[in-house]
Design a protein around this ligand. Structure first.
Ligand code: ADP
Ligand code: MG
Length: 682
């Protein structure tokens, strides 16, 4: 704790009760609080040449008043003052709104320095700030703070200047010298000066660079500390799987694992074996082969005498997982069962008994897995698919059914790495960033809606070769408010077009669940040729024979969702096509359509999405779990985030960090934020 953290702002000259109250309402009580209140921008006060300044740009100029002011009253407390002024050899007008008190001061021959917007056409500066006298040096950049109450920028700047002059020397360095040297970072004193009153652009940039690194290092240290506390306190089970059997199983898989799959399998198996509880996120693009990785992990746990569970967000997906896992694992003697909302009560009773006796090794299902009467014999490993569709609470309930089982979250929604290590910071992250060899890229085209007929011709070409097609619509039925493709109308149209030739069916969220199952089953079995659907088919549906997809009003969807939808085709050996029908009305919409036609890789699209929408929108506000940074910006500072992450991961395990004086400030930060007690960051 340094002196400035104790010194109240009221010690500064000019801070009376009233100012102290406003400052307190801004969270400023000590000198430290004040110094760490950063400006949100700087006014660029460098003198500019008016002849080179574009219309509507802000300028600062020195001017000599050339006329008496003309005052106009515009009604209630509103006025406008106009004077002529000479800037260099340029005669212009200065206009002041609602600054009536200036009328006695703006006398001919007075020299003033003014800033404001340059109206090039009318040769007028709309003045927002004025100083009397010529421009003084060292004030090229003036800080602008976000203030409350009747506190003015001028007053606040004065306080900041005072605080820096009196206490700047007392501020203790918060980063160890070897990091300052390694990254050539500004010292804390230089950085504070540069963040508030930079001498030039570089000074300001260096100050910002230091604070960004520091902020991200602190953030990553908190995450690493949390992990460490977890590892030390959360005793999981050490699953001693039978490596020989696991290898045998892998050799029965009809294809060679990609190197990304092998790496991830190793990461998962290592976690299983360790006595700490696995808390891992598995990310893989659509079609990257997560299922087989899950199967290997589950099988490993089963060879050690444990049960496994896999939870999926919908019945269709649970069924699909059950089918593919049974196919892979039953030959190895694994007893697989499916439990879903539609399991009949008699069958359910038997499954529950066998589960409790240990006669079932692997249970797959939906939310039905977390009913209170579902009791496991010896649950060791739990996988949830599409994790962000499950609430935290549901995951906890399932976990509590076993003796602190290992948990793996799988998701096919690629999250940019920067966000993954930030939002899911205390989780380990495994990424399958490679598709199996020989996959054909999905050809994606963007067409205007008026070109629909050519799309139908192309679709028919595919259908004639025995392929199937999806047609995705944003809406179920016609809407008065939104003009977008609706599934019912498109279904009616296509039924007419293909009458007697191809079978068209309709799928949407409002159908009864029996009906949904029937529709999906008939499409899976190839009885249906064209499936008109809303986005309910987005997640995981696997029909390898489908090779053609049309997405109506594609600009209404985000990139991540479009990529998920597109992932429904290209799942077999056939060349597949995706047509985006859209007449986007914004530049961003156009850019999204372009990105889809150019980029096939889900991770690269996710980065693009992040770039277009920003990190807040990427997750939706609620789920984001992203901290509020003062300086750092995850989109632009992701390289620094990565560096900070590596530094934090290293530091947290060194003796120096926990003992030496240089790290005192960082240790105090960990203590204050509760990270050492295992408290989460929010
Ligand atoms: P996703 O990651 O989207 O869940 P899946 O696990 O459903 O992907 O796999 C997609 C398809 O790729 C499946 O048919 C699967 O059998 C196949 N597959 C998975 N891994 C490989 C591989 N290494 N080589 C060839 N095909 C693979
Ligand atoms: Mg899958």
């Amino acid at each position: 704790m340094s002196i400035i953290q104790l010194e109240p702002v009221t010690t500064l000259k000019g801070v009376g009760k009233e100012t102290a109250d406003v400052l307190a309402s801004m969270g400023i009580e000590t000198i430290h609080d004040l110094l760490w209140t950063f400006p949100y921008r700087h006014e660029d006060l460098r003198l500019k040449d008016l002849t080179e300044t574009p219309h509507n740009e802000k300028v600062t100029v020195e001017a000599r008043i050339e006329s008496d002011p003309i005052v106009q009253f515009l009604g209630k407390n509103r006025s406008r003052i106009t004077v002529k002024a000479l800037v260099g050899r340029h005669l212009i007008k200065l206009v002041f709104f609602n600054q009536n008190y200036l009328k006695t001061k703006l006398l001919p021959e007075t020299i003033v320095t003014v800033s404001g917007k340059w109206d090039r056409g009318r040769q007028v500066i709309n003045v927002t700030t004025i100083k009397f006298g010529p421009k003084t040096d060292n004030s090229d950049f003036e800080p602008v703070y976000s203030l409350k109450g009747n506190l003015h920028q001028t007053k606040f700047r004065k306080l900041m200047r005072l605080a820096l002059d009196h206490f700047g020397g007392e501020v203790e360095e918060t980063l160890p010298s070897h990091l300052l040297i390694k990254y050539k970072l500004a010292s804390i004193t230089q950085a504070l000066e540069g963040v508030h009153f930079p001498l030039d652009a570089n000074h300001s940039k260096q100050a910002r660079r230091r604070f960004v690194y520091e902020e991200l290092l602190q953030f990553q240290l908190r995450i690493q500390a949390l992990r460490k506390v977890h590892k030390e306190n959360e005793h999981g089970i050490s699953i001693q799987y039978d490596l020989q059997k696991v290898k045998e199983f892998i050799s029965t898989i009809p294809f060679e694992l990609t190197s990304a799959q092998k790496r991830v399998v190793n990461e998962i198996c290592k976690d299983l074996k360790e006595p700490t509880r696995m808390n891992r996120l598995l990310q893989g693009d659509v079609g990257s082969g997560k299922t087989v990785v899950a199967a290997i992990g589950l099988y490993a746990a089963i060879t050690a005498g444990y049960q496994g569970a896999l939870m999926a967000p919908t019945e269709i997906l649970a069924e699909q997982h059950a089918t593919s896992l049974a196919q892979l694992l039953e030959p190895m003697g694994v007893r697989v069962a499916l439990l879903s909302g539609s399991t009949k009560s008699k069958a359910r009773k038997i499954i529950l008994e066998q589960l409790q006796n240990g006669e079932i090794d692997l249970l797959i299902g939906t939310h039905a897995l977390i009913q209170p009467d579902v009791v496991f014999h010896k649950l060791g490993f739990v996988i949830t698919d599409e994790q962000h569709r499950f609430g935290v609470e549901q995951r906890r309930v399932l976990r509590d059914k076993g003796v602190n089982p290992d948990v793996l979250f799988m998701t096919a929604t690629p999250i940019p790495r920067t966000l993954a290590i930030t939002a899911f910071g205390e989780m380990d992250v495994s990424i399958i960033d490679e598709l199996p060899a020989g996959r054909k890229q999905i050809e994606t085209h963007w067409l205007k809606k008026e070109q629909l007929h050519s799309v139908i011709t192309k679709m028919e070409l595919e259908l004639r070769q025995g392929r199937q097609a999806y047609v995705i619509c944003p809406l179920i039925e016609e809407s008065e408010k939104i003009d977008a493709g609706n599934a019912e109308e498109v279904f009616a149209q296509l039924s007419t077009v293909f009458k007697g030739k191809y079978h068209v069916d309709l799928m949407h969220g409002r159908l009864h669940s029996d009906e949904k199952d029937r529709v999906m089953r008939e499409f899976t079995e190839g009885k249906t040729d064209v499936l008109v659907s809303t986005t309910v088919v987005e997640v995981g549906v696997n029909v390898p024979n489908a090779s053609f997809m049309v997405i109506y009003d594609a600009d209404r969807f985000g990139l991540a969702q479009l990529h998920q939808l597109r992932g429904r085709v290209g799942r077999g050996q056939f060349q597949s096509y995706c047509v985006l029908l859209a007449d986007p009305k914004t530049d961003e919409g156009t850019e999204r359509m372009m990105s889809m036609t150019e980029i096939n890789d889900g991770f690269r699209l996710a980065e693009k999405d992040l770039e277009l929408r920003g990190p807040g929108d990427f997750f939706g506000k609620k789920q984001s779990g992203l901290p509020d940074f003062k300086m750092a910006d995850l989109v632009h500072d992701y390289r620094t985030l990565e560096v900070a992450r590596q530094d934090a991961a290293y530091l947290i395990n060194t003796d120096e960090f926990w003992n030496e004086a240089e790290y005192k400030s960082l240790r105090e930060m960990l203590e204050e934020t509760g990270a050492l007690n295992g408290e989460r960051i929010d």
